[in-house]
Design a protein around this ligand. Structure first.
Ligand SMILES: CC(C)(COP(=O)(O)OP(=O)(O)OC[C@H]1O[C@@H](n2cnc3c(N)ncnc32)[C@H](O)[C@@H]1OP(=O)(O)O)[C@@H](O)C(=O)NCCC(=O)NCCS
Length: 184
């Protein structure tokens, strides 16, 4: 067991992708992906995104998230190749974890993010022991809403101006996947 008492962060396997712990040598690929305007538009990555942010993400944020009860994973194809993206679960509170993700621009449009989100949420419900995995998505982020639906998440409504995003009060659509939703 590690200091967190959770053991070693596992590698999760889907049909085409695996979700593995981040390594320090992933920093260059994270830095390159996070220059993408869509990632900077829709996620909370720092803007501008510097090499130091990527080193901090893989070297400090990811291990700390595991210690705190969540998990950040690098997504890769099972048969190798460059980084596909990032898939994470925040440290759960009251049995609820929040997922978050981005996918490198050159890896989009193949259903890999939807598959990875399904793998992550299955693991969260089965092994982490949460009863609910949530996602908060900007109503205008059509791609991410489709990813959520393709992974079996259900939209529960729009939370109006509840959170600030880059300083502005913003609407977010709340999605969730529960154990009982897993037949869908
Ligand atoms: C949103 C994002 C993760 C989608 O990644 P992706 O790998 O292209 O998604 P997938 O290929 O797994 O697509 C899953 C479904 O969404 C659909 N989809 C993906 N992007 C879409 C878009 N821009 N417009 C419409 N549909 C889209 C796919 O066609 C697919 O539909 P299907 O299940 O009917 O086949 C990616 O564009 C991204 O990283 N965006 C920036 C960061 C971001 O928005 N993160 C989420 C914050 S909540």
């Amino acid at each position: 067991m590690t200091a967190s008492g959770r053991g070693t962060q596992p590698t999760l396997t889907g049909r085409r992708v695996c979700l593995r712990p981040w390594r320090t040598d992933d920093a260059d690929a994270v830095f390159a992906a996070c220059q993408d305007p869509e990632i900077q538009r829709w996620t909370q990555v720092p803007v501008p995104y510097a090499a130091e942010h990527a080193r901090e993400f893989v070297g400090a944020v990811a291990p700390r998230t595991w210690t705190d009860g969540g998990a950040l994973f690098a997504v890769e194809l099972l048969d190798g190749g460059p980084l596909v993206g990032s898939m994470g679960l925040s440290p759960p509170r009251d049995g609820v974890g929040e997922a978050g993700y981005w996918t490198a621009p050159g890896q989009r449009g193949r259903g890999l993010t939807g598959e990875a989100l399904r793998v992550l949420s299955d693991w969260a419900l089965d092994a982490v022991g949460v009863h609910r995995v949530e996602l908060l998505v900007d109503p205008a982020n059509t791609g991410s809403r489709r990813v959520a639906e393709s992974a079996g998440f259900l939209a529960e409504g729009t939370i109006r101006q509840r959170f600030r995003f880059r300083g502005q009060p913003s609407d977010l659509v709340l999605y969730a996947r529960l154990a009982v939703d897993r037949r869908s």
